[in-house]
Design a protein. Structure first.
Length: 115
């Protein structure tokens, strides 16, 4: 399973991999590791998470977690790599009303309410 993050840029930079200039306001799609790197430099913020499943990994994932195909659920590991702001944005997108403020409590709420 590939996790791609839509990331809104708040500070211009030159992408270290493509050498392209990225401007303020641009939205880029990056992996979680690259998001962590950019977050260290306060370059922007995640605005959405995209999970790409291929057929074989999708089948295996659902067999081990008991999820039904077609219902996207986030694992604890996927949520733990996100910032508190990213988690709050995700909860809003999933229409989950949060009642907690600490990261581990927010993760617990999201996990509970998506079941």
């Amino acid at each position: 399973m590939d996790i791609i993050v839509k990331y809104k840029v708040d500070k211009p930079f030159t992408d270290k991999n493509t050498k392209e200039k990225v401007k303020i306001g641009d939205t880029i799609e990056i992996n979680v590791e690259r998001m962590k790197e950019l977050n260290k430099h306060n370059v922007g913020k995640a605005i959405d998470v995209i999970v790409n499943d291929n057929v074989e990994s999708d089948k295996n994932e659902h067999e081990t977690t008991g999820e039904k195909t077609g219902e996207e659920k986030y694992s604890k590991e996927q949520l733990e790599v996100m910032t508190v702001n990213d988690l709050k944005d995700l909860a809003e997108n999933l229409k989950i009303e949060l009642t907690k403020a600490k990261k581990d409590e927010i993760i617990a709420e999201i996990l509970e309410k998506q079941n």
